[in-house]
Design a protein around this ligand. Structure first.
Ligand code: NCD
Length: 308
């Protein structure tokens, strides 16, 4: 049996707490030196079948800071273009000694399919799966909130925008519920909301109501690549009705903070002033992402070595 990180829901509360503590540990520059020896001789492959800047760079840095050998598969120029299946690509890399497979893919189920085909002792790390899961983003968001507020218990959080197509929202909802967040409000234009209200959340298309007195606002990018052109909202229209601006701060709790997983469409989901302002946690999120991914890689490596 190998351990993977496919979804937040698979993790018990004590594992979540353990991983967040380890994320905190790796954020401390005093631990950089010990980090470099953790994954020596281990191979980490990055298989990104969808575009990415921060998640890919973040995983790559995390693996390097742990001393691993990193293989960045250039999908466009790989045998994938000759029709090789993901399972064949994975087992080929496993034969070369790769033990950790970081995968991002636009189709649901692909990370699990890869996980079931790899030899025992290998792990799959889901780096973004269609609209369904992005577990390391949820962990880094939780770490960011924990560092900012001390704990997540009781926080009121509004997630604004394209909830329907967002794997970030799906995994965030899952981790926030497990960590005792007080209220999770979801809001966006009707076509960008899911058909059914996710369990443990309140959903509406009334923006100001959703923002009222919240401690945290998480803005999301419109996932154009996951919707038909006809239903894609006009950016100007979206900015006017849903874009977050300075004036919105008055609606929120006094110490409220702003988040965005990136990439940000500046001036659409969030104004420049807010994105770069003192309430923004956007850079913190990115910084914490590397440490969080170090924690996940280290944990899976230990679990799979012990399990062999
Ligand atoms: C997100 C993703 O790809 O799911 N970005 C990220 O990983 N930080 C969100 C997005 O693309 O909008």
């Amino acid at each position: 049996m190998s351990r993977h990180l496919l979804d937040i829901a698979q993790l018990e509360r004590r594992t979540l707490d353990y991983l967040l503590d380890r994320g905190e540990y790796w954020l401390d520059p005093a631990h950089a030196e010990v980090g470099r020896t953790r994954l020596i001789g281990r191979g980490v492959a990055l298989l990104f079948y969808e575009n990415s800047t921060r998640t890919r760079c973040s995983f790559e840095l995390a693996a390097r800071r742990l001393g691993a050998d990193v293989l960045n598969l250039d999908i466009e120029h790989s045998a994938v273009e000759k029709g090789e299946s993901i399972v064949d690509t994975g087992t080929t890399l496993a034969a070369m000694g790769i033990s950790h497979f970081v995968i991002r893919h636009g189709s649901e189920g692909v990370p699990a399919e890869l996980a079931s085909a790899l030899p025992s002792g290998s792990s799959v790390l889901n780096a973004g799966e269609a609209h369904v899961a992005h577990p390391t983003q949820a962990l880094l968001d939780a770490l960011t909130l924990r560092r900012s507020f001390g704990q997540l218990e009781g926080l009121r959080i509004a997630i604004i925008g394209d909830i329907r197509h967002s794997r970030v929202a799906a995994s965030a909802i899952s981790i926030f519920r497990r960590l005792g967040v007080g209220e999770i409000r979801l809001a966006g234009p009707r076509p960008l909301l899911p058909d059914n209200t996710p369990e443990g959340t309140q959903m509406s298309d009334r923006r100001d109501e959703a923002l009222a007195e919240v401690d945290v606002v998480m803005a999301l990018r419109i996932q154009r690549e996951r919707m038909a052109r006809t239903t894609t909202p006009d950016p100007e229209d979206y900015r006017e009705h849903w874009g977050l601006e300075e004036a919105d701060l008055a609606r929120l709790a006094p110490e409220a903070r702003l988040m965005h997983p990136g990439p940000v469409n500046r001036g659409v989901e969030i104004s420049d002033e807010l994105a770069d302002g003192p309430r923004s946690l956007i850079r913190e999120q990115v910084r914490n992402g590397v440490a969080m991914r170090m924690a996940v890689l280290e944990w899976l490596d230990e679990e799979n070595r012990n399990g062999q």
